[in-house]
Design a protein around this ligand. Sequence first.
Ligand code: DX5
Ligand code: ZN
Length: 232
Amino acid sequence: MSSKSLITNPQRLPLVGASILSADFAHLADDAEAALDAGADLLHVDVMDGHFAPNLTLGPALCRSLHNALPDAMLDVHLMVSDPSMFVEHFANAGADHITFHIEAAGDVLSLVQEIRKQDMTAGLALNPDTNVSTIMQFIEHVDLVLVMSVNPGFSGQSFITGALDTVRMIKPLLRDNQRLQMDGGVSSKTSADCREAGCDILVAGSGIFDTSDYAESIESIRGLSKALTQR
Ligand code: DX5
Ligand code: ZN
C-alpha cells in the first residue's frame, strides 16, 4: 500500500479532500498546494471520459505533473469512465495513491480491486445517487473505501442530493474500522454536518473550497472544526 494511505488512523478523521476540478487549471499546482497548505488532507482527481460522464476532464499526464510538483500530496483518483481497467496502470505510474471506480461501469469488480492493489494503491467502489445500494452489497467487504455520490457525475458546483445521506446510513454499519466512507458532490460548509452525522469520514469538496475566499476556513468548517460558516 502507498505510504500516503487514505486508510488513516481514526483520530485524524474526518479527512477533507480538495476536488481539483474546481481549481484554476492555469495555476493548478499553486492552487492545489494552497488547498493543502490550508488543511486539505488529499487531492481528489476527477477523471471523466465523455462516455460514463458528460464531461472530459483530467488524465494520467496531469496526475503525473501534479505528483511531480507536489510529491507529498495524497492523490485520490476518481474514475468516471466506461472502462476503468484501462486506466489503473497508467494512474499508478502517474503517482496515484488510491483509485475509486464506479459499480455502474465495472466489469469484474473483484479483479479490478486486485489489479489496483497489485499496483500498490488502495481501491474504492463508487455508486451514483440513483443506483440501488443492493448492487454493491456483496463487494463492500472487499474494498478499502465506498464512495457515495451526492451529485450525478459530470461537473463541480451542482446541488447536493440529500437522498445520498440515506445510502450512507445504510452502508456505514457494514464497514470495518479500516474502511472509509467518502461523500462527493455538493459538499460544503453548509452540507458537511449532515454528511458527518450520517457517517462519512472523507468529505470531498470542489467549489466548497476553491470557489471560496478563505480555503482554510472552508476546510475547517467542512471538517467540523469551525462554526463560523455553518451559522451564516
Ligand atoms: C462530480 C465530481 C466531484 C465534483 C465535486 O462529478 O466527482 O468530485 O468535482 O465538486 P463540488 O464539490 O463543487 O460538487
Ligand atoms: Zn469526484
